[in-house]
Write a protein of this length. Sequence first.
Length: 247
Amino acid sequence: MRTTYLTILAAIGLATGIATPAVAGDIGSGISVSGGATLVSDYRFRGISQTDKRFAVQGTFSLAHTSGIYATVWGSSIDDYVYNGSDQEIDFIVGYRKTFGSTTIDGGILYYYYPGSGGINSNFFEPYVSVAQAIGPVTAKVTANYAPKQAALSIGSGKEDSLYLAGDLSAAIPNTPVSLTAHLGHSYGPSYLTIGKGYTDWSVGASVTVKNLTAGLAYVDTDGAFITPSGRNAAKGGLVASLGVAF
């Protein structure tokens, strides 16, 4: 099963797949830099465990311009069943984000890179777009990720594509460091990004942020099944904990 768009923090507030908490610092010319590191008890991508339900270490680094253009590099440890022996996923993202009043539009391209995957065609790109609407302390967001037909997504029938649609709700509890989230998504296939012709994933979670530290807990589940070489069902529901630091 392939990885990007969800760490556990994705389940508790993901915008485009890069969920590690980050604090921006202005370096001049309208450019800010941010980054962070996160330890998760299980790396879930669209509900599917990428680590055989074991811990993962993740990190991110971003540059953003006041015009709305941004670039991010994000990485995570993964289990070698994800793609032909690779033990790492690295995502490269270039996008544009703009806020109009209480509405934020975000779009760009994700490129998934799996080093050490035995020389096979394992890398692919995926454009994405999202629209978020803030209503008081609550934010509602809809997201679409579409990976055009590519050899890396094939399950044996030539080049194949994939579509992922999702909706998210998030809310900060006033006068507290606590945030709550809910997520519902559906993967359309068949392709290497789906289990069978498609499946649905969902999650509910909470996080607490104190200064530059964020701790989170979420329940993540799907209506599908994906059995790993160890015999675990990577699509089965479970709790995922995370601890992240921003710098």
